[in-house]
Design a protein around this ligand. Structure first.
Ligand code: GLC
Length: 583
């Protein structure tokens, strides 16, 4: 039976977002690197697949030392990818197919080759000096604070980089070539909000903010306390360095800019270590819960409202200016802080349920989101036999799912030989560079998998002759078919795109099941993470009929109120007719 999608929810809650890594999707101009015209060529694939929005990793002019996350002009297009006309064409062509476009913007830092930083570095007196964060050494000559860089990406060390010419340190949370902007400077805030307006005026539907939780720094540049400074836990060691109360005010300002345009979304990348409660506090309109301060003390500021679970302030601490007060946020901010929790739990019933339950409980009626892979993390295929279960989980949970290009065909985490590696950072989960999750999209068998006529910038995976879109489109049991069927089911069933989440108790060991209901429509998702057959008693009084199996046959039909699943099989059951909606 057909149900029309619910018109009342914003598109980004109904929809599924697909991340395109522009360098690797499709090369149209024959230089071995993907580009905007290439993406336009492949939009029909995305429309056919059934996703709703594209998130584009950075396309701005860049020296590409961090492959675009080191920007030198945030309102331009790197010639590698095309120009602004190509961009306008992409927006128009995407919208023509009902696909939204979300741009990746990097607010926390720029490239050290950005004209702003070149000037900032040129002299202590340059008007741009204060656009970045410059400080003197401590009296003993050591860096200005004991703050440390992101250990997942770089060699752990100080965030402060010494500039011999001016005799001061500048702050760079990531690499030395990515200096942090000084968000305490109103001119910087105005410039970055103008960047958002520039792209909004060109028709984009929203943004993914890179490292959104890094924007606010402790206004007093206090050292992290010695007892936490050396902690293994990066979050515990960065309470002043990542100063949440101030960050939230900056995000609120950007929220106002973005939401002034209708139907837009503001998504923020935040550290994967954030707890569900800390994630909840980053939502638009969320007031950080009392007693959730990082140090457990009463961290309220003068107005008592801007203490944050992801930051701390000393008792009696006041924010630097009224502009930055949390009160000023007026319910503005991120629509969704990214949730990476499922990337770090084993693909097993118990740990998954525990994490999802905790996240759901912390969020309440805020809108969740899930992400199993991206350009910084291993691909979905790392889950082996559980990969299909992972996809069913991702596409049937309450909340917006994010898909990563190529995962829909099960692309491998490619072993890129050392002489072809380009990425300066490693994925600490695997100890490999991120190159292996950024290899060219595999469109068909044949030269360069249909990605480019030239030698691609990264090698094509060795299995591309088998694992590709063309082959899998004609195979009704392929990973691609599974994605398409799940996306279709999610789109057409209100329970799956709008329903609540209700885990089922008493399932057999190794089985995770949850029920979703909305407006008289019901779905039951049952996932067997074991390598044995499992029989599950179905909840009454509803009658359940077969919807979809991860194995894409219909053997998993409920019989006599029970469902038998094969090893590593998952199924979606649909609530039958009149009973649907009853509990
Ligand atoms: C984010 C990006 C990552 C980049 C880093 C520094 O984590 O996802 O690719 O290297 O920010 O900009």
């Amino acid at each position: 039976m057909g149900h029309a999608p619910e018109p009342s929810r914003p598109w980004w809650q109904r929809g599924v977002v697909y991340q395109v890594y522009p360098r690797s999707f499709q090369d149209a101009d024959g230089d071995g690197v993907g580009d905007l015209r290439g993406i336009v060529r492949r939009l029909d694939h995305l429309a056919w697949l059934g996703v709703d929005a594209i998130w584009l990793s950075p396309i701005f002019p860049s020296p590409m030392r961090d492959f675009g996350y080191d920007v030198i002009d945030a309102t331009g297009v790197d010639p590698l990818f095309g120009d602004l006309n190509d961009f306008d064409a992409l927006v128009a062509e995407a919208h023509r197919r009902d696909l939204r476009l979300v741009l990746d913007v990097v607010p926390n830092h720029t490239s050290d080759e950005h004209p702003w930083f070149v000037r900032s570095r040129s002299s202590r007196d340059d008007p741009k000096r204060d656009w970045y964060i410059w400080r003197d050494a401590k009296p003993d000559g050591s860096p200005p604070t004991n703050w440390r860089g992101v250990d997942a990406l770089d060699t752990p060390g100080s965030v402060w980089r010494f500039d011999a010419r001016s005799g001061q340190f500048y702050l760079a949370s990531f690499s030395a070539f990515q200096p942090d902007l000084n968000w305490a400077n109103p001119a910087v805030r105005a410039a970055m909000n103008d960047v958002l307006r520039f792209w909004l005026d060109r028709g984009v539907d929203g943004f993914r903010l890179d490292m959104a939780d890094f924007l606010g720094k402790d206004p007093h540049f206090r050292d992290e306390p010695p007892e936490t400074a050396a902690a293994d836990d990066y979050l515990a060691a960065t309470r002043f360095q990542l100063y949440a109360p101030v960050t939230r005010a900056h995000l609120a300002e950007m929220g106002r800019t973005v939401h002034a345009h209708p139907d837009t979304v503001l998504i923020g990348e935040v550290l994967y270590q954030l707890s569900p409660d800390q994630l909840a506090a980053y939502y638009r309109g969320a007031h950080p819960a009392a007693g959730e301060t990082a140090d457990g003390s009463d961290a309220g500021s003068a107005d008592g409202s801007n203490a944050g679970s992801a930051g701390a302030s000393a008792p009696g601490e006041e924010l630097p200016s009224e502009e930055l007060a949390f009160e000023a946020s007026q319910g503005e901010g991120l629509d969704m802080p990214f949730h990476f929790g499922l990337m770090f739990v084993p693909m097993r019933a118990g740990p998954l349920r525990a994490r999802i339950d905790a996240y759901e409980a912390a969020l309440g009626d805020r809108w969740p989101n899930y992400d199993l892979a991206n350009h910084d993390m291993p691909r979905l295929s790392r889950h082996g036999e559980a990969a299909r279960l992972a996809v069913m989980l991702l596409l049937t949970l309450r909340g917006t799912p994010f898909l990563y290009y190529g995962d829909e065909i099960g692309m491998a985490n490619v072993d890129v030989p050392p002489e072809r590696q380009l990425d300066p950072f490693i994925i600490y989960l695997t100890g490999t560079t991120r190159d292996g999750v950024r290899t060219p999209m595999q469109w068909r068998s044949g030269p360069n998998a249909g990605f480019s006529d030239a030698e691609p910038w990264l090698p094509v995976a060795p299995d591309a002759h088998e694992v590709n879109v063309e082959t899998q489109r004609s195979d009704p049991r392929s990973m691609l078919s599974l994605h398409r069927r799940l996306l279709e089911l999610r789109r057409t069933r209100p329970s799956l795109h709008a329903g609540g989440y209700e885990p089922l108790d008493g399932t057999p060991e190794g089985v995770f099941a949850y029920r979703r209901e909305h407006d008289g429509d019901a779905a039951l998702v049952v996932l067997n993470f074991t390598d044995a057959e499992r029989e599950v008693t179905l909840p009454r009084p509803k009658r359940w009929r077969f919807g979809l199996s991860t194995l894409l046959d219909d053997a998993a039909r409920p019989r006599d109120g029970a469902l038998t699943l094969r090893p590593h099989e998952g199924a979606v059951l649909l609530g039958e007719g009149a009973d649907a909606g009853e509990r």
